[in-house]
Design a protein around this ligand. Structure first.
Ligand SMILES: Cc1cc2nc3c(=O)[nH]c(=O)nc-3n(C[C@H](O)[C@H](O)[C@H](O)COP(=O)(O)OP(=O)(O)OC[C@H]3O[C@@H](n4cnc5c(N)ncnc54)[C@H](O)[C@@H]3O)c2cc1C
Length: 619
């Protein structure tokens, strides 16, 4: 180990756990004082190190994709269990499907949910840390109820049934960082892109902000011009002509070719993400305009029709993991007893050993990737579906009257080679967006306090954003501390490869996340925190107590855009062709709605269940 990595604390004992092929190769460091009786052996949210799609959870998925199980791995005579419904995927969509099915047909229906992870919830994952007698909770994926598309009646009703009243959101937000400690947003200009490392606080809409930034005179002039009152850069065109042109050019092309900023100003936009993590070079300029990004306010575009994303919001400290937990409490009351609601779920215990009990009508079986789904005979006349899955290195088979695939669309052709070719092609069309949400438990945040920052965007750095996470307070949870005490810092990375088509960038980003080790990520985290917060006294070697990296190579569902996808009628979109019922199998999950949101995951679950009810003549 070099002096540099040692100075960053790479040799320090922290809470980390790397899994290699399912085997733990390191355990929580001696510096951790766990106060609760739960530990990471029986409580997955406490597992630290490389989480999200941790290595052991995806090894078999890769093999399944490569066709290793194209032949059913178990003989029909080996079938050991029978269900009314088997659901592949235990994310919000799979859990919602179980809920809708039970609600329609009653609690005695035998339902099994299979998921490849050691925790339920899919992207909706909770990260928990026990340190010096306190519990700190963060979100490892899906952050909250928030959507550009209004929640449907079914999704709103589900949220309500789960005891969540979104109108109370403001009650639980913690504004202490801004109000009590006067911390603000800032941008970190890095030396690789801007010539020197400098943290600049303030509002980019004001000229004095750019005056403080390390920029050439030309770049500074352009950024001030762009963030102020703009002239009409497309004068002479009608609004329709402007919109049509903006649809087919990237935001980057708009900035350089239409607004005529100098290339030296472009790095400022590097970390900027549009919807679905599109970047400056992959985001259509019209979308950037609709998001209120810099450079468009003189064009006279009418943006009044936009749905207000702030109108239906709720954020639990563990994100929508609390929604997943509420679903589980309704499906398997023994695992999370009591009438749980938004006021109790955050601090409720989960008995993981009760998720898969033989006497329970609904069961959730974790660490069980499904490798094959096949009708008994002709799909149109078959009486059931066989499902094979892997667990602990062995293959198992079960039979179900019906099956819902609530996993990822691109996975389905490998699981069910019998699906018609056109449908398989459509299912394989999307490329999920790679993402990484990291939670770092730091022992104190005096450095952030001294620098006056709570959120830092870092356009050129490995993590494009980091923020102190004070936690929200439903059920009395308190993550907020004084600066001398621990807090979680949340870091975000969206790997991409500028210049390539969007799907290609997604694929390269997936590979990046899948090929890196926890130590690789840890080094980058320590380096970045050291550079950004070091001037305030942060010491990466001394101040880090624990790290949980949630990598999501298969993150957001793919959404279409006017630059990368053909403009076809809605019924010809790949997700619509792909999600058709096939025999006794229907398809849920957010990909089936081509929208990366919880309400979509719920709506697709609802549709998949309705299709099965129609099939049974029950509507
Ligand atoms: C980092 C991140 C942040 C997000 N933030 C938000 C947010 O704030 N708000 C919002 O509305 N949405 C957010 N989303 C979008 C999120 O994808 C959806 O909200 C929703 O959680 C998707 O649920 P799902 O069940 O469709 O998919 P998933 O959560 O992906 O669940 C599918 C499950 O199926 C499993 N699976 C796949 N193949 C197999 C197999 N062969 N066998 C068994 N299991 C399998 C997967 O591993 C996964 O566990 C976020 C997503 C990510 C990645």
């Amino acid at each position: 180990m070099s002096n540099v990595t040692r100075d960053l604390g790479m040799d320090r004992p922290i809470a980390r756990r790397d899994f290699l092929n399912g085997v733990a190769i390191g355990i929580a460091g001696a510096s951790l004082a766990f106060s609760q009786t739960t530990d990471s052996a029986n409580y997955p949210p406490l597992r630290t190190g490389l989480r999200g799609e941790y290595p052991a959870s995806v090894t078999e998925l890769d093999r399944i994709r490569q066709g290793a199980y194209s032949k059913f791995p178990v003989a029909a005579s080996d079938i050991h269990e029978e269900y009314d419904l088997v659901i592949v995927g235990g994310g919000i969509s799979g859990l919602s499907a179980a809920y809708f099915y039970r609600t329609a047909l009653g609690p005695n229906e035998k339902i099994l949910v299979l998921d490849n992870h050691d925790d339920f919830g899919g992207h909706a994952k909770r990260n928990e840390f026990h340190y010096q007698g306190r519990t700190y909770i963060g979100f490892g994926g899906t952050m909250g109820i928030e959507t550009p598309f209004p929640y449907s009646y079914a999704a709103k009703q589900l949220v309500k049934d789960l005891g969540v009243d979104v109108s109370r959101n403001a009650e639980f937000l913690n504004h202490d960082l801004e109000e009590k400690y006067d911390l603000r947003g800032a941008t970190f200009f890095d030396k690789e892109h801007f010539g020197e490392d400098r943290l600049v606080t303030g509002n980019p809409r004001r000229p004095e902000y750019f005056a403080k930034a390390p920029l050439s005179d030309a770049a500074r002039r352009d950024l001030i011009r762009l963030h102020g009152k703009n002239p009409d850069y497309m004068a002479g065109k009608s609004v329709e002509e402007k919109r049509a042109a903006l649809k087919t050019m990237s935001y980057q092309d708009y900035l350089v070719n239409v607004a005529k900023i100098s290339p030296q100003a472009l790095p400022f936009f590097l970390g900027e993400g549009g919807r679905n993590n599109k970047r400056v070079d992959t985001m259509p300029a019209l979308e950037a305009a609709e998001h209120g990004q810099a450079g468009f306010n003189g064009l006279g575009l009418n943006m009044q029709d936009q749905f207000n994303e702030g109108s239906y919001l709720f954020h639990f400290p563990d994100g929508n993991a609390s929604i997943a937990r509420l679903l589980v409490s309704r499906l398997i009351p023994g695992a999370i007893p009591g009438q749980q609601s938004m006021d109790t779920i955050v601090q409720a215990g989960v008995a993981y050993e009760k998720l898969d009990e033989p006497n329970s009508a609904t069961r959730i079986r974790l660490s069980s990737p499904v490798c094959c789904v096949q009708h008994d005979g002709d799909p149109d006349h078959s009486s059931g579906v066989r499902v094979a899955y892997l667990n602990g290195g062995k293959s198992y088979a079960i039979r179900a009257r019906h099956c819902i695939l609530a996993c990822w669309n691109a996975m389905i052709p490998s699981l069910m080679p019998e699906i018609p070719e056109r449908q398989k092609e459509a299912l394989a069309y999307p490329v999920k967006v790679p993402m990484m949400y990291t939670n770092v438990l730091v022992k104190r945040w005096t450095a952030a306090r001294k620098l006056g920052v709570s959120t830092v965007s870092a356009p050129g750095m490995y993590h494009s954003r980091l923020n102190l996470d004070p936690g929200t307070t439903p059920g009395g949870y308190r993550g907020m501390t004084t600066p001398e005490e621990p807090i979680l810092i949340h870091l975000v990375r969206n790997p991409n490869k500028p210049g390539l088509p969007r799907k290609e960038q997604n694929r390269i980003g997936q590979q990046e996340l899948l090929s890196m080790t926890f130590a690789d990520f840890e080094l980058k985290i320590r380096q970045q925190l050291g550079r950004v917060l070091g001037p305030g006294g942060f010491d990466p070697a001394e101040d880090i107590a624990a790290i949980t990296v949630n990598r999501w190579p298969h993150g957001y569902a793919y959404t279409y855009d006017t630059l990368a996808d053909p403009d076809v009628p809605p019924e010809q979109r790949p997700h619509v062709i792909g999600r058709q019922r096939f025999g006794r199998v229907t398809i849920a999950n957010a990909d089936a709605g081509a929208a990366a949101f919880t309400n979509q995951a719920m709506d697709e679950a609802n549709r998949a269940v309705q299709e099965l009810l129609v099939l049974q003549g029950l509507t």
